[in-house]
Ligand binder design. Structure first.
Ligand code: FAD
Ligand code: 2HG
Ligand code: ZN
Length: 478
C-alpha cells in the first residue's frame, strides 16, 4: 500500500497516529478490539472492487454507542480523521480510508433491539447484516423493505448511509421512507437521538434524513428504526427473454399495468452481463440466448390471485411477441438460482479484470441508449466489454465496462467525460444508488447545482467543523 497512490490528492491537515493515541484506544476498548497488526488491518484498507485503498494503521471495533461517542470525541480533539466502515461492500470507494484515517468498524454493533409485529417496526444496531435482519424478521412474518446482492455482508448502517436502493425499491420505496429514525454520533461525540418509531411525526426538521445517504460524512449511525412490511405469502419469479430494448420497455409497461400492486421487482439484464455470470460463475440460464432478459417478481398474500394475474400478463406479453421465451417458478430453490443470474453480475464481471462502474439514473426510455454508443466507441481498446443491466423499474442502469488492465488515460480522457456529459444531457443523475464516495466527487457538479453544493458544504462545516468524518468523500475539493 503505497502512500503516493493518489498523486493528485493532498492529505488533509490531520494528526498522524501516535503510540499515545493507540494506548488511549486500548484503554477504551481493550486490546482485542484495537487492530494494529498490518495483516489484520489490510482487508479494511481495500474496497470490494479493489481499486481504492488507503494505508490506515488502525481499526477500532466499538460495541456500544457510548464507545463510538468516546472515540469520536477523542479523534475530534486530537484532529484524527475517521473512516466509518460497515460491510465494506460500497462501490464508490467511500468505505475505505484514502490516506491513514482511523477505521471505525461497526461490525460488533450487531444486536437486534426490538421487533414489534403489530406496528411492523424493527429497532437494531447499525452493524447488523441485512440478511440476518431479514431472517430475524421472518419469525414475525415481516421482511426488510430492501434487498440487494450484497445482503450477506452489507450492514443496515451502511445501507442507510448510502441510501441503498436495490432490487425491490419499485415496491417498497427508498430508505428515506422506510427508516423511521436513527441514533447517530456526531463528530464531536454528541449522541443525536432521533430514533423515532412513529410513522407520522411532523415536529420540525426531519433530522434523520441528514444521515440517510450522507456516506459517513455527517455522523456515525449507531442505531436505526425501520418500518418493515408484512412478509408475502405468495412469491413468483418470471425470467423472460426478449429481442430488443423496445420490447424490454413494452414488458415493463405491461407488467406495471397488469401486475400493479403485486409487482415487487422488475430488473433487466443484457446478454454480455448474463454471459459473464454463465462463463465465470458456472450458473446456467434456463432459457436460450437473447439480447435482453427481464426478471419479474410478484409478491402478495393470495397465491391463486397472484398466479391468475401473472398468467394473464404472460399470455399478453407472449401474444404481443414482447417475450420470446421464459420460465416462471414459485419454488424457493429455483427462484434462488434465477436470482443469481441477476444478483451475481457484479461478482462475475470482476473475474474478467478491472471494472469501471457507472451507476446512473435516466428517464427510462434512455435507460440503455449509452451502452451501444460506448460499445462502438471502445471497440479495439483495452476495455471492450461494455454491459448494461439493473433496476429498469426505477430507471437505474448499471453501466459496467470491463478492461484487460486499469487504463487511467482511457478512463479519464475518454470514458468519464463521455458518460457524465451524456447522462447530464439526458437529464439523468450520475449516481442513482451507490453514492458519490471517493470516486465521483469531481463529477458531482453534473447532477447538483452550485448553490446546492455550497449548502452541502455549509452543513458539513456546521456538523463537522474539523472535517474529521470521512474526509475526501462526497464533497468536491474547493
Ligand atoms: P460500506 O461499504 O462499509 O460503507 C459505505 C458508506 O457508508 C461509506 O461511506 C461508509 O463510510 C458509510 N458507512 C457505513 N456504515 C456507516 C455507519 N454506521 N454510519 C455512518 N456511515 C457509515 N447498492 C445499492 O444501492 N443497490 C444495490 O442493488 C446494490 N447491490 C450491490 C451488490 C453487490 C454485490 C455489492 C458488492 C454492492 C452493492 N451495492 C448496492 C452497493 C452498496 O452501497 C451496498 O452494498 C451497501 O449499502 C453498503 O453497505 P455496507 O455496510 O457494505 O457499507
Ligand atoms: C446491483 O444492482 C448493484 O447489482 C451493483 O447495485 C451494480 O456492480 C454494479 O454496477
Ligand atoms: Zn443496483
Amino acid at each position: 500500500l503505497t502512500k503516493d497512490r493518489y498523486p493528485n490528492m493532498k492529505r488533509g491537515k490531520f494528526a498522524e497516529l501516535q503510540g499515545s493515541h493507540i494506548q488511549h484506544f486500548i484503554n477504551l476498548l481493550g486490546p482485542t478490539r484495537v487492530l494494529t497488526d498490518p495483516n489484520d488491518v489490510e482487508p479494511y484498507n481495500i474496497d470490494w472492487i479493489k481499486v481504492v485503498r488507503g494505508y490506515s494503521g488502525i481499526v477500532l471495533k466499538p460495541k456500544t454507542t457510548q464507545e463510538v461517542s468516546e472515540i469520536l470525541k477523542f479523534c475530534n480533539s486530537e484532529r484524527l480523521a475517521v473512516c466509518t466502515q460497515g460491510g465494506n461492500t460500497g462501490l464508490v470507494g467511500g468505505s475505505v480510508p484514502v490516506f491513514d484515517e482511523v477505521i471505525l468498524s461497526m461490525s460488533l454493533m450487531n444486536k437486534v433491539i426490538d421487533i414489534n409485529p403489530l406496528s411492523g417496526t424493527l429497532i437494531c444496531e447499525a452493524g447488523c447484516v441485512l440478511e440476518n435482519l431479514d431472517s430475524a424478521l421472518e419469525e414475525h412474518n415481516l421482511m426488510m423493505p430492501l434487498d440487494l446482492g450484497a445482503k450477506g455482508s452489507c450492514h443496515i448502517g451502511g445501507n442507510i448511509s448510502t441510501n441503498a436502493g436495490g432490487l425491490r425499491l419499485i415496491r417498497y420505496g427508498s430508505l428515506h421512507g422506510s427508516v423511521l429514525g436513527v441514533e447517530a454520533v456526531l463528530a464531536n461525540g454528541d449522541v443525536m437521538d432521533v430514533l423515532n418509531v412513529l410513522k407520522k411525526d411532523n415536529t420540525g426538521y426531519h433530522l434523520r434524513h441528514l444521515f440517510i445517504g450522507s456516506e459517513g460524512t455527517l455522523g456515525v449511525v449507531t442505531k436505526a428504526s425501520i418500518h418493515c412490511p408484512p412478509r408475502p405469502k405468495a412469491l413468483n419469479l418470471a425470467f423472460l427473454g426478449t429481442d430488443s430494448f423496445k420490447n424490454v420497455l413494452n414488458i415493463l409497461q405491461l407488467a406495471k399495468s397488469c401486475l400493479s400492486e403485486i409487482l415487487s421487482s422488475c430488473e433487466m439484464i443484457d446478454d454480455p452481463s448474463i454471459s459473464a455470470v454463465i462463463r465465470n460463475l458456472g450458473v446456467n440460464s434456463p432459457i436460450g440466448q437473447f439480447p435482453f432478459y427481464v426478471l419479474i417478481e410478484t409478491s402478495g398474500s393470495h397465491t391463486a390471485h397472484d398466479e391468475e394475474k401473472l398468467n394473464a400478463f404472460l399470455e399478453k406479453a407472449m401474444a404481443e411477441s414482447y417475450v420470446l421465451d421464459g420460465t416462471v417458478t414459485n419454488e424457493p430453490s429455483r427462484m434462488q438460482v434465477l436470482w443469481q443470474l441477476r444478483e451475481r453480475i457484479a461478482e462475475a464481471l470482476l473475474k474478467d479484470g478491472p471494472v469501471y462502474k457507472y451507476d446512473v439514473s435516466l428517464p427510462v426510455e434512455h435507460f440503455y441508449g449509452i451502452v451501444p454508443l460506448l460499445q462502438e466507441k471502445l471497440r479495439g481498446t483495452s476495455a471492450e466489454i461494455v454491459t448494461g443491466y439493473g433496476h429498469i423499474g426505477d430507471g437505474n442502469v448499471h453501466l459496467n465496462i470491463t478492461s484487460k488492465f486499469y487504463d487511467q488515460d482511457l478512463v479519464h480522457d475518454v470514458i468519464e467525460p463521455f458518460v457524465f456529459k451524456w447522462v447530464a444531457d439526458h437529464n439523468g443523475s450520475i449516481s442513482a444508488e451507490h453514492g458519490i464516495g471517493f470516486k465521483k466527487t469531481e463529477f458531482l457538479h453534473y447532477s447538483k447545482k452550485p448553490g446546492a453544493i455550497a449548502l452541502m458544504k455549509q452543513m458539513k462545516t456546521l456538523m463537522d467543523p474539523n472535517g474529521i468524518l470521512n474526509p475526501y468523500k462526497v464533497l468536491p475539493e474547493d
